[in-house]
Design a protein around this ligand. Structure first.
Ligand SMILES: [Zn+2]
Length: 466
């Protein structure tokens, strides 16, 4: 067991200097002193991209440099001196590599717990989630994601379950705990026809005065309304951005993360006691699990647009603390040197601009009786490729072995595609990276340059007096 498990909140405050801040004796230069119990920040916008290695951050910034002659919004947080930059260590109680359940619980519950659990510690004790404290303080609460809304990262801020797969229970806990805005995928955990117990959780939500929306249009129509809102836009996760961009039917019904965040902010802002909002780009992680280079960049760029939204909101609402981070790395995605003097890396990487669909799309849409040769032709067409004979053979072999599983396809194609795009992956699992943490707004000065994930919970509660 790590020494950090014995750390109490009081010890942490002393260790980080926040304790002395509370006493008015700042060790952090110009940081204003605060007094215990008085909130510095009224609103929290917590922007989390799930499973982002720094290779993904770098590749996305490179892509924007090359295609739009600009840096990412994340890089602008640093170059415009908007945000403090920290590195965060991401272990869980059971491993040096966390899953999203333990990671989100570390922020949501303030303690490291074993992988797979949500706000239930190693001894079986339930941790009080951040949103329970927020509710007690009269704040409005919001969760927005491109994953199922019942997935681990949103759940970690508001619920307690012994296993992250208990998503039917998570859906009910959201309503019991009155999370005001819930937007994402995962209708199967609200729909009586899909739930194991046959309960109609959509009907329950309406009974509790939630507006329930199921399409992009319905979300847009409700934009200016007030009150509680539940929106699920797909049975499971929201489709990948790259598939939206190239399939008008998906695009018609699916809101972007940016659109969902805009609606959430409209609903939550103006609340007398402020709000807590988590916005998750859940599918960077999924693209990385699938080792799918076509899917990952548009997902990260979508998250990047949400950073701009958070920045704008915080400019207009100065009592807002904004946190931008990721919960762990996934996939070990990275751009590699290729060719003599690496002179092939740039043109090979730029080939990704021709891709049109994710592996998942191919798996969901290919005819069940398609031969490996037909599947290979579809992938070549979907990705606008001009592959060598050798690569075509490798692709066909991959389709002989993939069993319709996009993750297996990614594993089989990882090395062959390295010779086409100059990108590669270290794993289809999570990784133990130190992760980026960018923060600004009142209270951000209390966040150390290096910290462990669970410590963030205590800083948030202190600067928001929760
Ligand atoms: Zn993951």
């Amino acid at each position: 067991m790590s020494k950090t498990h014995k750390f109490s909140r009081r010890h942490f405050l002393q260790a980080t200097g926040l304790g002395s801040l509370l006493l008015g004796a700042s060790r952090l230069g110009a940081a204003p002193a605060i007094t215990s119990g008085r909130a510095k920040a009224k609103n929290l916008i917590f922007l989390v991209v799930d499973g982002m290695t720094n290779g993904t951050l770098a590749a996305t910034n490179t892509w924007l440099n090359k295609t739009q002659d600009r840096d990412s919004q994340w890089m602008h947080l640093y170059s415009d001196a908007v945000a403090r930059r920290s590195l965060m260590e991401t272990h869980s109680a059971s491993s040096i590599v966390t899953d999203s359940a333990a990671a989100s619980s570390s922020w949501g519950g303030g303690k490291r717990i074993p992988n797979r659990r949500i706000n239930v510690d190693a001894d079986g004790k339930e941790l009080t989630p951040l949103y329970t404290y927020g509710r007690q303080a009269g704040k409005k609460l919001g969760l927005v994601t491109t994953a199922r809304i019942t997935h681990a990262t949103p759940a970690g801020f508001a619920t307690n379950v012994i296993h992250r797969d208990m998503e039917d229970d998570i859906a009910e806990q959201y309503l019991q705990r009155e999370v005001d805005v819930l937007l994402g995928g995962g209708s199967r955990h609200f729909d009586p026809a899909k739930r194991k117990d046959g309960k109609d959780v959509f009907a329950q939500a309406r009974k509790q005065d939630y507006t329930v929306v199921r399409t992009r249009d319905e979300l847009a129509q409700t934009r200016k309304a007030k009150g509680k809102l539940l929106g699920t836009f797909s049975n499971s996760h929201v489709p990948y951005m790259i598939d939206r961009l190239h399939d008008s039917e998906i695009d018609r019904v699916t809101p972007s993360l940016e659109e969902m965040m805009t609606v959430a902010l409209d609903r939550l802002k103006g609340s007398k006691e402020g709000f807590l909002l988590q916005v998750e780009a859940g599918r960077v992680d999924h693209a990385a699990h699938n080792n799918d280079p076509a899917a990952i960049l548009p997902e990260q760029m979508e998250f990047d647009r949400c950073i701009a939204l958070g920045r704008r909101f915080a400019e207009e609402n100065e009592d807002t603390l904004v946190i931008v981070t990721t919960d762990h790395g996934t996939g070990g995605f990275v751009v590699n040197g290729y060719g003599h003097d690496y002179n092939l890396s740039t043109p090979m990487f730029m080939r990704l601009g021709k891709t049109r669909h994710s592996y998942e799309y191919l798996a969901d849409n290919a005819p069940k009786d398609a031969t490996p040769g037909e599947l290979r032709r579809q992938l070549v067409e979907n990705w606008g490729m001009e592959p060598s004979d050798q690569l075509q053979d490798q692709m066909e072999q991959a389709f002989r072995a993939w069993q319709g599983d996009p993750q297996l396809l990614g594993i089989y194609l990882r090395n062959p595609l390295y010779d086409y795009y100059a990108v590669n992956w270290t794993t289809h699992n999570h990784t133990g990276d130190l992760v980026e943490l960018a923060t600004w707004g009142p209270g951000s000065e209390a966040i150390p340059a290096y910290l462990e994930n669970w410590q963030l919970h205590h800083v948030i509660r202190d600067v928001m007096a929760l």
